[in-house]
Design a binder for this molecule. Structure first.
Ligand SMILES: Nc1ncnc2c1ncn2[C@@H]1O[C@H](COP(=O)(O)OP(=O)(O)OP(=O)(O)O)[C@@H](O)[C@H]1O
Ligand SMILES: [Mg+2]
Ligand SMILES: [Zn+2]
Length: 367
């Protein structure tokens, strides 16, 4: 695999941008009508499509096919084949300037930026500045940008991307069109991973892919890089065990089975199973954390079945069905178990024998 998966599979159209439907819709409409804004603020968690969308806008702004073919322009997408689109994809188009705010903090950098804004585009219609990690800009940099935002030259499009939008000054925010990127659902993540696995001929089971997606916590980039790492580590055939040992977490089925023993108050079976998990070299501290999370969801569902809609975003739908069954058997006694597990978790992290606090918690709360 010569190129990182997350680069290779970066969406090249709004059509391929997943889980951000409202944003895609508005921007495509703006592109159709040729009414892009001069300043955008993209806020939201890691790996959800901010930089990707910024590049889509850059391509749309300067795509040559869009300029010559009105019918194509009405699609609201870049062509991805003209010279401008290709250069932007390859990262060497002179009219698209990507700035990493984390490393562009000095006075000189800002002076360069200010001067650069004043120079008309080299070959495109627009000059697009993409400022990544914008929350890291200095006060001087913000002041300089504010000047540009107040009177942007007609050819300038400024896109600020950040994971921490509350660190962007209000004076800046109010001069931009804002979009809030969301964590995507687990099923959306798994869907894309499946497609990549198929195209890359990676042999990996659905459960293993689900665990990859679960540990990426809503970030496409993390999920895709993890898949890449797994392949370079274990080759084209990736087993659930490979994933478990790389991420240090167990797959859903193991968690479900274990939680079932606790809900049935089957202490003997739970202890035996726990010991085999421990002997299998799994990280019991992480296991306890996942278990607490699982039981917490069961408890919440027991007392508020409506919360299902939220869990449908974080879990696979067949897993939610299993969780619901557990929620039905959840009783007040299990609240004691949940409390005991949390106390045990605190002790385990510092213990020489991490399994013992967990065993004690199970015995004491369920006996
Ligand atoms: N909405 C999405 N649909 C499909 N793939 C996506 C999406 N968002 C991100 N990806 C995948 O993740 C990779 C990284 O995305 P991107 O650089 O756009 O994230 P980001 O939001 O800018 O994250 P960061 O805040 O860490 O910079 C992309 O190359 C792409 O493969
Ligand atoms: Mg980014
Ligand atoms: Zn093009």
């Amino acid at each position: 695999m010569s190129r990182a998966l997350y680069r290779k599979y970066r969406p090249s159209t709004f059509e391929d941008l997943l889980g951000q439907d409202a944003i895609s819709h508005i921007l495509r409409e703006a592109a159709r009508q040729d009414r892009l804004a001069h300043a955008y603020l993209f806020a939201g968690p890691r790996g959800t499509g901010k930089t990707t969308t910024a590049r889509l806008i850059a391509k749309i702004a300067n795509c040559e096919t869009r300029r010559t073919d009105k019918k194509f322009a009405a699609k609201g997408e870049p062509c991805n084949t003209c010279r401008m689109c290709t250069e932007i994809d390859e990262g060497h188009n002179l009219d698209v300037i990507e700035i990493d705010a984390a490393s562009t903090r000095g006075i000189d950098d800002i002076r360069d930026l200010k001067e650069n804004v004043r120079v008309a585009p080299a070959s495109g219609k627009y000059k697009v500045f993409i400022i990544d990690e914008a929350h890291q800009l200095t006060k001087d940099a913000w002041n300089a940008l504010l000047k540009t935002l107040e009177e942007p030259p007609a050819y300038v499009i400024l896109i600020l991307a950040t994971t921490e939008s509350d660190r962007v000054p209000a004076t800046i925010v109010s001069r931009t069109q804002q979009f809030h990127f969301k964590h995507v659902t687990l099923e959306t993540l798994v869907g894309k991973l499946k497609r990549i696995a198929k195209e890359e001929k990676i042999d990996i089971s659905p459960e293993a892919l689900e665990l990859v997606a679960t540990s990426a916590e809503g970030s496409f980039r993390d999920a895709e890089s993890l898949l890449g790492q797994l392949v370079s580590f274990s080759g084209e055939k990736v087993t659930l065990q490979n994933v478990e040992s790389m991420v240090g977490k167990v797959g859903f089925d193991k968690l479900y089975a274990f939680a079932g023993m606790l809900i049935d108050k089957d202490i003997a079976k739970a202890l035996e199973s726990l010991s085999s998990i421990y002997d299998g070299g799994y990280n019991v501290v992480q296991f306890t954390k996942d278990l607490i999370q699982y039981l917490r969801r069961a408890a919440v569902l027991r007392y508020n079945p409506e919360m299902k809609t939220l869990f449908m975003r974080e879990l696979m739908s067949d897993h939610v069905a299993k969780l619901e069954a557990h929620a039905k058997s959840f009783q007040d006694k299990h609240i004691a178990l949940l409390k005991a597990l949390m106390a045990a978790y605190g002790q385990m992290k510092y213990s020489q024998f991490p399994i013992i606090p967990l065993e004690v918690a199970i015995i004491e709360s369920l006996k």
